[in-house]
Write a protein that binds this ligand. Structure first.
Ligand code: KG4
Ligand code: ZN
Length: 344
């Protein structure tokens, strides 16, 4: 049985995981930097890379200990190559390169977003049912990306649509900041919405045009003007109503584009992945509305929606089988990439 060590440092989580052949997660360690960035209302890249540097050795050591595995027993290392913050990616990639080189084991460079949409293939990577068969549609919704893919094989993802401006998670986080709510705002808006009305405010939904692309910047601006109007009217912000109405607008856009992708491609399997896939309203509505037209929905298990290294090791294992690993001699030329690749 092969074992892959995964390393993830693309944004504000320093993560390492050990995944066994077959997708069993033997260890999944995440050192979150949320408390460090919360006071700034978002991730500060310089601080993030410095903290990865301080945390990475301990996180990898802990993953090996929890997985009861020595480095000698690891068959390959999978590491996030991109997209992400340059200084952050460099820490993980250099650490992984050094480990792979010193042990003379293969290194598998992994695309962070492709790993998100492959996460349901981990043994406990989805809420129920078997993993989808290929090809499938995938909605990857995170703090940095909002994309619709056609996935033909592990890591073989064709972009069908993507955001033209903000990512869905960014739209949640920036709205929360405007409303004076803590970072990261997605989960706070999700909880607050329980006590609010989805019809209290009417926010724009740019669904009709732009094919399968998304746009959330107009929605953010609409919220800003709504808050200004409330201030001018001397009305206290009804946070729960604002949260519920704003969340509904985002979810409407995501669900509508998924259904359009189903119609355009004829594919009947859809994976929902990435941090925003934790959103309870999105999960509930996509299951109901896509289920109604016969689409088989795979919801990524919440612990593998937000950033983690198990998804990196999981896709790394699959790519290893497809011959994507670099041997130690090939490591010197391996570099990071910061913006998204359309296909690989
Ligand atoms: O995938 P992820 O951990 O990091 C990136 O790759 O960006 O996603 C983080 C994003 C943040 O924007 C966060 O606010 C959002 O996921 N998020 C949520 C929820 N939980 C996390 N958004 C809406 N509802 C949630 N429950
Ligand atoms: Zn992510």
């Amino acid at each position: 049985m092969r074992r892959v060590l995964g390393i993830e440092t693309s944004c504000d989580e320093t993560a390492a995981a050990l995944v066994h052949e077959g997708g069993e997660v033997a260890a999944n360690v995440i050192a979150s930097q949320i408390p460090i960035h919360a006071r700034y209302g978002g991730v500060v890249p310089e601080l993030a890379s410095r903290n990865h540097l301080a945390a990475i050795r301990g996180v990898v050591t802990q993953a090996l200990q929890e997985g009861e595995t020595s480095l000698d027993e690891v068959d390959a290392i999978a590491v996030t190559q991109g997209p992400g913050l340059a200084g952050c990616l460099l820490v993980g990639l250099q650490f992984a390169k050094a480990l792979a080189w010193s042990r003379r084991i293969p290194l598998v460079p992994v695309d962070h977003i492709h790993a998100h949409v492959h996460a349901p293939y981990l043994k406990d990577g989805r809420t129920d049912g078997p993993p989808p068969g290929f090809p499938y549609l995938a909605l990857a919704v995170s703090g940095g990306h909002t994309s619709l893919y056609r996935v033909d094989a592990p890591g073989c993802c064709e972009v069908l649509g993507q955001t033209l401006d903000d990512a869905a998670g960014e739209a949640f986080d920036k709205a929360a900041k405007m409303m004076g709510l803590p970072y990261p705002g997605g989960v706070v808006i999700d909880r607050l919405s329980d006590d609010g009305s989805i019809d209290a405010f009417s926010f724009p939904r740019p669904i009709q045009h732009r094919g399968l692309d998304f746009s959330f910047s107009g929605l953010k601006t609409a919220l800003r003007y709504t808050l200004v109007d409330l201030d001018q009217a001397g009305v206290e912000w009804p946070l729960a109503d604002l949260a519920a109405s704003y969340q509904e607008a985002i979810v409407d856009c995501l669900v509508a584009k998924c259904l359009r992708a189903v119609r355009v491609t004829g594919l009947k399997a859809l994976v929902i992945a990435g941090g925003v896939a934790c959103n309870r309203r999105l999960r509930q509505r996509i299951v109901t509305e896509a289920g109604r037209v016969g689409v088989e929905i795979t919801l990524t298990a919440p612990q593998y929606c937000t950033d983690n290294a198990a998804m990196i090791a999981g896709l790394g294992l699959a790519l290893l089988d497809r011959g994507a690993a670099l041997d130690p001699e090939g490591l010197t030329t391996l570099d990071i990439y910061t913006s998204h690749r359309s296909q690989s």
